[in-house]
Write a protein that binds this ligand. Structure first.
Ligand SMILES: Cc1ncc(COP(=O)(O)O)c(C=O)c1O
Length: 399
């Protein structure tokens, strides 16, 4: 086998030497290609390991059931149905199970992850919980880089899977810290914020959108008027938005966004580089910058939701359905109920779908705790009254 040189690394050797700028701007000598040279980088052991890793991830999916689509109780004479796609029932308890599976498959199929590669991720917690699970399944070391404010419950879930947690003081510092950590250990920075939108097959393959449409098949309004989701990476909204266009459905996509997040003002201003630099109080959604995986062109509408309204709606969801849901589900529900109210006021019939992103047991020390709510200065009462009155049949008189 010929030795490695600049010509055969790039595979674009020419018959004459030429100078091209290198990464530092200095000329890089491309050596003469000698006929008969070749470079073979096959690694049969690595391919065998990769094949086994993909089998394990696929087998995990094969052992898992699809998530339920529950009915949220609305008065029957409204002729509007509201559905909750319950992503909390995945093996790792959140919609991030789908993303983590996709990201691992994407990284494996791209040749980025090998036996013993340390996988590093920047996360607000839920993705790290799910990635820790897949890393353990593959026998890989895993490091989660998260804001120090991440709920203790999520930290425990990551550590229980054998993952290590590395904390930063400020939310926006997670990206650089994760990149540096991965470089420092020759690991792989998974980078959900960049790759979420492309790691999932938006055409189908039982992605979340296809699953929702299949499950609505026998419902009174099987093609929903609206699907309402939050954005963390933006990957879920990108998948759903692309899917409905591809399948030529008239369904519109609404993205709900918490206080401090860059998605809403960035979308409003048409600025993909918009930043607020602020951490979101609603874990999992709302970012200090518009993330690369957020695809603004597939979003039909955005709704800013006050944090107190998210937490009020989260608590109300438990009363109305008996299900203990997380804060971002409250954000979703608040947006979905507003849309239902507008449909009702306009005399429209149809269906609306939103997501249970994760369960409330992760937030017992925060959103579920009245003392924490008081310390944060959040006033839930006016929002609880508004939703209660709406569900009892009055109009939407939100504060
Ligand atoms: C807990 C949690 N994580 C993440 C997300 C956002 O998903 P994505 O990263 O696909 O935008 C949500 C969305 O509502 C969520 O509730």
């Amino acid at each position: 086998m010929a030795g490695v040189n600049a010509a055969n690394v790039g595979g674009h050797g020419t018959s004459r030497s030429r100078a091209t700028p290198g990464p530092s701007g200095a000329p890089l000598r491309i050596l003469d290609a000698v006929p008969g040279q070749e470079l073979d980088r096959s690694r049969p052991d690595d391919r065998r390991w990769c094949a086994e890793a993909i089998r394990r991830v696929e087998a995990d999916a094969n052992r898992s059931a699809d998530t339920h689509l529950h009915i949220f109780p609305l008065p029957g004479d409204w002729h509007i149905e509201l559905y909750l796609k319950d992503e909390s029932t995945h093996p790792t308890g959140s919609l991030k199970h789908r993303l983590a599976r996709s990201l691992f498959l994407y990284a494996l199929a791209s040749g980025w992850v090998h036996e013993n590669t340390t996988v590093v991720e920047a996360s607000s917690g839920s993705t790290a919980v799910s990635e820790a699970y897949f890393a353990k399944l593959l026998g890989l070391p895993f490091v989660a880089v998260m804001p120090r404010s991440t709920s203790r419950e999520k930290v425990e879930l990551i550590e229980r899977q054998g993952g290590r947690c590395h904390f930063v003081e400020r939310g926006p510092d997670v990206y650089d810290a994760a990149q540096r950590l991965a470089e420092g250990c020759d690991g792989h920075y998974m980078d959900q914020f960049t790759y979420a939108e492309r790691a999932t097959d938006w055409r189908g393959n039982n992605n979340i959108a296809e699953s929702i449409f299949d499950q609505l098949g026998h419902e009174p309004h099987p093609v929903p008027s609206w699907i309402v989701v939050g954005a963390g990476t933006g990957g879920t909204s990108a998948t759903i938005g692309r899917y409905v266009r591809y399948r030529r459905h008239p369904t519109r996509l609404a993205v709900v966004d918490p206080e401090g997040s860059a998605f809403f003002p960035g979308w409003q201003a048409g600025a993909v580089d918009y930043t607020t630099g602020l951490a979101s109080r609603i874990e999992g959604i709302g970012r200090p910058r518009v993330e690369a995986s957020f695809v603004p062109t597939v979003v039909d509408r955005m709704i800013q939701v006050p944090d107190a309204a998210s937490i009020a709606a989260m608590r109300l969801a438990r009363q109305a359905t008996g299900r203990w849901v997380g804060g971002s589900t409250g954000t979703n529900l608040w947006g979905a109920l507003q849309i239902v109210a507008q449909m009702r006021a306009a005399g429209e019939q149809g269906s609306v779908v939103t997501l249970i992103c994760d369960g409330g047991e992760r937030y017992g020390r925060t959103y579920e705790d009245d003392a924490w709510v008081a310390v944060e200065g959040l006033e839930l009462a006016p929002h609880l009254e508004a939703i209660g009155a709406f569900l009892a049949g009055s109009g939407w008189y939100g504060p």
